[in-house]
Design a protein around this ligand. Structure first.
Ligand code: NDP
Length: 606
């Protein structure tokens, strides 16, 4: 057994790295399954009711047959930040379309008890400076974030032309008119000079393909459609008094379950949490914002400074300062300190990877020690420990989740990587035991890794009748993750092939929004009708992306999950799901110069 010096456990002992690597591999092997993404089922047919909007009634309205300058698909952060920048640029008719009943995107749907952001509010919530809002906590809760989305909508006049409870079904480029024809499930058929899409990566809820799911005779729902009529309580955390006499099952232990389980543990008569893979749960340390402190930091340009500082800390920059100071920046800081302490002759790629692994081992040992220190029952504590590198799965941060297992009515049902076996009329079967319950709550996540057009719900038909799905048949192709050849006047707002910054997705969206507003303004000012990336510029961008080393996140040797296509080979197309080879900060600097130069290199105006 090899024990490498210098990697220490929280109790001061030395970490046996070889033993840990073996343990990680064993745990990963338990979770590998041949069906990959196909283990989940889509919510169609008899299951479509799981998608109903429990929050806002659908209002009747007449179909739209008019013309707008910009149609934006998606009313979450992407649509809001882009809409705001377009309005600032003097584009008055921006029509945002969303399947939800209001703005907010993921924050419209996810109203489960305990929902809050996992990245500090000061960098996560966009346009704070413009709207003058001070987040009330370091990690704001969902109702405040949803209200902030509405605030942005009101502040920038984005409600005026918005279409809610509306799903785009078709987007077709009309070359004769130089316009897009937009069709929806509400009978709309209108035109737009420009279209942009911010449909979000995680918005199609999925259920595990567990046999018998339709046969359950009790009550059930997905966490993104929380049924407060059934549970009582509200999204602000009021006690769910209607659960006091109920036996409740939660399926899944990802970031959503980590946030809602403490509330359920307090409310339900009995709570059974069905676990396949434990999450890593680090310290949250949330606290209210001190208005005096905020007044000091909120000088003009503060939010952009914070965004850049967080991203630089997260992505291997070497800033002297860490403004956010949390679990995300902690790991990055440790790695940086280790690399800084290497003697000059040891600053090689191999040594840097070793430093990364050592920091991760230390961090994960701390997280596992935290479980022992918090959970009273030793067997439950053992089962709650995560055996993989921290970034193999979505890291979680919470100060009440582990404690919930000390509640007498809360039971962890660990399935040792196998998952729930069956759902019956009366309950949930795992490890050969049937647990009778009144309610099943699916904290089973959202579709990831399926085709863009499937998740968006529509395909684009571009120049010459070519579909986006055809253009992307061998993988995504774009310039900057925004412009696609063959699809004039169309823009994407999302991280891939741009900064690809996962720890703070809104930073990607903010920069894309700014860029799109600048491009649209430029086209309108030039008196031209169309803008399109050239085939050469798109190819050159792809070549640049492929020149980088593959990222660590979602490595194939990780425990299966949506970060690594459930542990299955994602095929050659996935090698294009990358970001700028020099990292997020390099991309943002480059994009800023590209935009500010006013030359918009790679784009062709007609
Ligand atoms: P996830 O996909 O992360 O989790 C789904 C859970 O369901 C996993 O624990 C999975 O186990 C489990 N599961 C699936 N099938 C079975 C089965 N057959 N039996 C038992 N368990 C099963 O979904 P979440 O909704 O938790 O989170 C999705 C993403 O949304 C997060 O990763 C994060 O990016 C985002 N999010 C962000 C939040 C924030 O910023 N505040 C809060 C919540 C979510 P296994 O791990 O083994 O696959």
């Amino acid at each position: 057994m090899t024990v490498t010096e210098g990697t220490t456990r929280p109790d001061g002992g030395t970490i046996d790295k070889e033993a840990l690597r073996r343990k990680y591999a064993e745990e990963r092997a338990k979770r590998l399954r041949p069906d990959g993404n196909d283990q989940y089922i889509r919510l169609t047919g008899d299951l479509v009711h799981y998608l109903d909007d429990p929050y806002t009634p659908v209002a009747p309205r007449a179909p739209k047959t008019d013309h707008v300058t910009v149609a934006f698909i998606g009313g979450g952060f992407a649509g809001l930040v882009t809409g705001a920048r377009l309005k600032e640029a003097g584009v008055d008719d921006v029509r945002i379309i969303d399947k939800a009943g209001d703005f907010g995107g993921t924050w419209y749907w996810n109203r489960y008890p305990g929902a809050q952001c996992d990245t500090a509010s000061f960098v996560y919530m966009p346009l704070l400076e413009e709207t003058g809002h001070m987040p009330s906590e370091k990690y704001a809760h969902a109702p405040e974030i949803l209200e902030h989305c509405r605030r942005i909508g009101r502040h920038f006049g984005l409600y005026d032309d918005a279409l809610f409870h509306t799903e785009v079904t078709d987007l077709v480029w009309d070359a004769g008119m130089s316009r897009w024809i937009v069709c929806t499930n509400r009978g709309d058929e209108f035109t737009a000079q420009f279209v942009a899409m911010g449909t979000g990566p995680l918005h199609v809820p999925k259920l595990p393909g567990i046999p018998g799911i339709e046969s359950f005779a009790g009550h059930s729902f997905h966490t993104s459609r929380w049924d407060y009529d059934y549970t009582g309580g509200d999204p602000n955390g009021a006690p769910m008094e209607k659960l006091a006499d109920k036996r409740v099952a939660v399926i899944g232990t990802g970031a959503t379950a980590v946030q809602c389980v403490p509330h359920l543990a307090r409310a339900a008569r009995e709570l059974y949490v069905f676990q396949r893979t434990p999450s890593s749960v680090d310290v949250r340390d949330n606290r209210p914002t001190d208005p005096d402190w905020f007044a000091q930091i909120a000088e003009p340009g503060w939010q952009q400074r914070w965004l850049e500082n967080f991203t630089a800390n997260q992505t291997g920059g070497m800033p002297e300062e860490d403004l956010v100071m949390d679990g995300w920046t902690d790991l990055a800081r440790r790695i940086r300190d280790r690399i800084r302490s290497l003697p000059p002759e040891d600053v090689t790629l191999d040594k840097m990877i070793e430093a990364f692994e050592d920091s991760d081992f230390e961090k994960m040992e701390e997280i596992r020690a935290r479980v022992d220190a918090t959970v009273e029952d030793a067997d439950t504590a053992q089962k709650l420990k995560a055996w993989y590198r921290q970034l193999c799965k979505r890291p979680c941060f919470h100060d009440e989740y582990l404690q919930a297992y000390n509640e007498p009515g809360t039971h962890l049902v660990d399935t040792d990587g196998k998952g729930v076996e069956r759902i019956t009329e009366g309950g949930v079967v795992a490890n050969g035991v049937e647990y009778e319950v009144d309610c099943v709550i699916y904290a089973s996540g959202f579709e990831v890794g399926t085709e863009y057009t499937r998740r968006a719900g529509f395909d684009l038909t571009g120049r010459g009748g070519r579909k986006l799905s055809e253009h992307w048949a061998q993988g995504m192709r774009s310039l900057h993750g925004i412009h696609v050849h063959g699809f004039p006047n169309a823009f994407l707002v999302q991280p891939t092939q741009g900064a690809n910054l996962i720890s703070n997705v809104p930073h990607n969206l903010t920069e894309s929004g700014r860029t799109i507003a600048a491009v649209v303004r430029h086209v309108l000012d030039s008196g031209r009708d169309e803008v399109e990336v050239t085939a050469e510029a798109e190819q050159a961008w792809i070549d640049l992306l492929l020149s980088g080393t593959p990222r660590m996140l979602g490595a194939p040797d990780c425990t299966p999950g949506y970060y690594n296509n459930e542990g299955r080979d994602p095929g050659p197309a996935a090698r294009l799901n990358v970001g700028h080879p020099q990292g997020a900060m390099a991309f943002f600097r480059y994009l800023d110069e590209w935009r500010e130069s006013g030359r918009f290199e790679g784009l062709e105006l007609r």
